[in-house]
Design a protein around this ligand. Structure first.
Ligand SMILES: *[C@@H]1O[C@H](CO)[C@@H](O)[C@H](O)[C@H]1NC(C)=O
Ligand SMILES: *[C@@H]1O[C@H](CO)[C@@H](O)[C@H](O)[C@H]1NC(C)=O
Length: 355
């Protein structure tokens, strides 16, 4: 055999070897796209549970939806929230409030998991009294880069929010319509992919990559189940953990499940210790918990959640979302996730409050 032929054959073998290795590593580990995410199955080892510090007064027999606010003292004045009290029943939680009865606001067992601790404390301590009109969950800062308006002001957005329209399709809706920094675009890498694990290893300060890489394990810890999120399974989700949910969707989980989820945050062997990572993982969990699960395929009784369907519901088109939630209709949009003139990602995600 000629030397050049031998070299060509060798290179060809090398090429196919590498190709098969890549295909092998990226193979769909679970061709089964149904996941047992219908129930929180985490079990705490803790013998004592936190006492209720988050009972929101006056929740019984109201026709307004609740506005559940997760704030820290640095979020400042709550006047803007009180101005919304004709539309919403306010339940304001301050995560770093002194742990005594002098606090003006409701309290949480620990300042952990960002907004998740307040949201879960509301659900646990007021489980029986969720308003018929549902509940809206937001952060305590009025101005934030992710509020979906050109001025980043959440007050007019919450005033304009069409609660019944938002709940109509799936009983849950994220308050963001623009897809930037979400995992909705098809180009966003699956959380469990090799690319993401590599990025998390090479850049441990990148909490986005680290929390994504930790997601398959976290979902398995929380929901149990045989089938783990595979390397090719992307969880598509809107960003930033501000959303609305109906009472029925809250009640599709037992109070004990919310207790277990909160314990996962509190337990030392539960959620990842880095709070940015734990908080971001929880921001992936809300829509999994609340979007109305499709009835199972005929013949199956697993109660599994079809990831493809969940993804489609979690990422509505921006133009439909703006119209449904905020009455901004007939927009001309350049892509499923962006409608020019509605929202711009601020440079370095910095937003100054104009006062
Ligand atoms: C809210 O949406 C519903 C259904 O889309 C619509 O009929 C109603 O007029 C809207 N309400 C407001 C205040 O825009
Ligand atoms: C998919 O997984 C579920 C459990 O999550 C199982 O009950 C079901 O039978 C599986 N379906 C197929 C086609 O393997």
């Amino acid at each position: 055999m000629r030397r050049s032929t031998r070299r060509a054959l060798f290179q060809l073998a090398l090429f196919f070897g590498a190709l098969f290795l890549i295909l092998f590593l990226n193979r769909s580990q679970a061709s089964n796209r149904s996941f047992a995410w219908n129930k929180i199955r985490y079990r705490t080892a803790s013998a004592t549970l936190p006492e209720a510090q988050g009972i929101c007064p006056g929740l019984t027999d109201i026709s307004k939806p609740a506005l559940v606010v997760a704030r820290v003292a640095a979020d400042g004045d709550t006047k803007w929230l009180h101005e919304l009290s004709t539309l919403y029943h306010l339940c304001i939680y301050t995560a770093d409030a002194p742990a005594d009865a002098t606090s003006l606001h409701l309290q949480v067992p620990a300042n952990r998991g960002h907004e998740a601790m307040a949201y879960l404390t509301f659900l646990i301590d007021n489980y029986e009294n969720i308003p018929t009109a549902g509940a809206v969950f937001v952060h305590g800062s009025r101005f934030a880069w992710h509020n979906d308006a050109l001025d980043y002001d959440n007050a007019p957005l919450l005033a304009a929010l069409n609660v019944s329209a938002a709940l109509a399709p799936f009983g849950y809706h994220n308050l963001r319509c623009d897809w930037s920094l979400s995992t909705c675009p098809p180009s966003y890498k699956p959380q469990g992919s090799l690319e993401m694990s590599t990025q998390a290893l090479l850049a441990p300060y990148d909490s986005r990559a680290v929390s994504d890489a930790a997601l398959p394990r976290a979902l398995a810890d929380l929901f149990g189940g045989e089938v783990k999120l595979g390397r090719t399974n992307a969880v598509r989700s809107q960003c930033c953990a501000q959303f609305i949910v109906s009472r029925d969707r809250v009640w599709q989980h037992s109070r004990e499940e919310y207790v277990a989820l909160r314990q996962w945050l509190l337990d030392s062997n539960g959620a990842p210790r880095d709070d940015r990572v734990a908080g971001r993982i929880l921001s992936y969990v809300w829509h999994i918990l609340f979007i109305k699960a499709e009835p199972d395929a005929p013949g199956s009784s697993s109660g599994g959640i079809d990831l493809e369907k969940l993804n489609a519901h979690a990422c509505p088109r921006a133009d439909q979302c703006y119209c449904r939630l905020y009455g901004r209709c007939d927009l001309s949009c350049t892509s499923p996730g962006n409608c020019p003139g509605q929202y711009i990602l601020p440079p370095k995600l910095k937003v100054e409050s104009p006062q």
